[in-house]
Ligand binder design. Structure first.
Ligand code: NAD
Ligand code: GLY
Length: 361
């Protein structure tokens, strides 16, 4: 087992990474505050892993909430199901919430934990690659609004993150690929050596070689933990973690939540960001091609869907948390492994990129 730490002073917490950790009661018990836990999961993950987690948390008499599965249920209304259970069971402030599932379950459970009685502790048990390398770490929690992705939320750090890499055995290939988009992102924004490792080892990841998968999760969590420790509430460099996301969130909102996977939308968004970076004279043509090629090899989309034209994409992109004083701020690349945030990108260049990178499925 590997143990990493997200260093946030007295709110620091561990990330445990290894196969079979879901059955390690000792990893959980030290982080449960109080005597009760409420586990939130969904209809797909519950039959696979809920019994194991319930038995590991047995002495905390776990209450369970099984949510419907899908991004379209990541809404304020659906979070009420968690509040209903907490109130029906008379759960107090010393109840610990446990999120068992992918990023949707994690974001919603974290948001419920941030807001129930103005804040209760929670633990992340991510079961998708995307959640293991990104969403379970860093304390961003929230839900979607029909007009914008992740628009309602709060920062609320978990007490610990337990990554059982064996849970990926049941993850569909398409979801594994979606997680790879966020893995590639770390290489692009701050870790050129990791990007080269990914170029050399992508086939091992696609074949689910346990050693390669564990290494990719560990590198990603090291990168994420470092960024979060330096800028917990996104005053500066944490925004770099959103490479491809302004394009990606527009795709997810525009196509209807659940239609494109988050990771798929981010993948097409990263290719668009690379194209735009080249257009601005920052990124060489060869590096744009490296980005496109790695995304394609990961079996991820490289083009923005044809159904969303340039004007619609611009309209959707203007609803983004990085917009400040009406100016679109985009994460772009100076080189592979070196991202910057820019508020000065000419609209014409963005429109050209949207045009050039459009026409996908
Ligand atoms: P998801 O939670 O919808 O999970 C993907 C699918 O895999 C679902 O159908 C789920 O039921 C299923 N699943 C989960 N674990 C499984 C397993 N082990 N075996 C079989 N099936 C399994 O999607 P996701 O990609 O995990 O997360 C995407 C969400 O995360 C988006 O809402 C995105 O906005 C959010 N996100 C948040 C952050 C953050 O910092 N909070 C970062 C990145 C993404
Ligand atoms: N996924 C973006 C962040 O955690 O900041």
């Amino acid at each position: 087992m590997k143990k990493l730490v997200v260093d946030l002073g007295d709110r620091s917490y561990p990330i445990y990474i290894g196969a079979g950790l879901l059955r390690r009661a000792d990893l959980f018990s030290g982080h449960v505050a109080g005597r009760r836990v409420l586990i939130v999961t969904n209809t797909t993950v519950a039959p696979l892993y809920l019994d194991a987690l319930v038995s590991v948390l047995d002495r905390f008499a776990p209450v369970t909430v099984v949510m419907p599965d899908g991004e379209q249920y990541k809404t304020l209304g659906d979070v009420n199901r968690i509040f209903d259970a907490l109130l029906e069971q008379r759960c107090d402030r010393r109840t610990t919430l446990v999120a068992l599932g992918g990023g949707v379950v994690g974001d919603m459970t974290g948001f419920a934990a941030a807001t129930y009685q103005r804040g209760v502790p929670f633990i992340q048990v991510p079961t998708t690659l995307l959640a293991q390398v990104d969403s379970s770490v860093g304390g961003k929690t929230g839900v979607n609004h029909p007009l914008g992705k992740n628009m309602i939320g709060a920062f609320h750090q978990p007490r610990c993150v337990v990554i059982d890499t064996a849970t990926l055995d049941t993850l569909p290939d398409k979801e594994l690929a979606a997680g790879l988009a966020e893995v590639i992102k770390y290489g692009l924004i701050r870790d050129s050596e990791f990007f080269r490792w990914l170029e050399a080892n992508l086939d091992r990841l696609l074949a689910r070689d346990p050693e390669a998968v564990a290494y990719a999760i560990e590198c990603s969590c090291v990168d994420k933990a470092a960024v979060v420790a330096a800028d917990e509430t996104e005053r500066g460099q944490r925004a770099l973690l959103n490479l491809g996301h302004t394009f990606g969130h527009a795709i997810e909102t525009g196509m209807g939540y659940g239609s494109w996977l988050h990771g798929e939308a981010v993948a097409a968004g990263m290719v668009a960001a690379a194209d735009l970076s080249h257009r601005l004279g920052w990124l060489g043509e060869r590096d744009v091609e490296r980005v496109r090629a790695l995304v394609a090899r990961a079996r991820l989309p490289t083009r923005i869907p044809a159904a969303l034209g340039v004007d619609r994409m611009l309209e959707l992109m203007s609803v983004d948390k990085k917009v400040e004083d009406g100016r679109l701020r985009l994460v772009l690349l100076k080189a592979v492994g070196d991202a910057v945030i820019s508020a000065d990108v000419p609209l014409a260049a963005i429109a050209e990129t949207l045009d050039r990178c459009g026409g996908g499925m």
